[in-house]
Design a protein around this ligand. Structure first.
Ligand SMILES: [Zn+2]
Length: 60
């Protein structure tokens, strides 16, 4: 699983449930899907807003 944040490279990453992870450094959530790593920001109400997908992950 994730050891580093895909956005900033920090190791301050924790699982927030299921396949969702949270970076304490840049305050984003991310999930791993077959199509790549999806990055989310959280609005004031904590609703995830997708802002970026990092390439397809091969061989998963
Ligand atoms: Zn980060």
């Amino acid at each position: 699983m994730f050891e580093n944040c895909p956005a900033c490279g920090s190791r301050q990453v924790g699982r927030v449930g299921g396949e969702r992870f949270y970076c304490w450094e840049c305050c984003i959530e991310f999930t791993l899907s077959k199509r790549g790593i999806r990055l989310f920001t959280l609005d004031e109400e904590g609703t995830p807003l997708e802002f970026k997908t990092i390439g397809a992950v091969e061989g998963v």
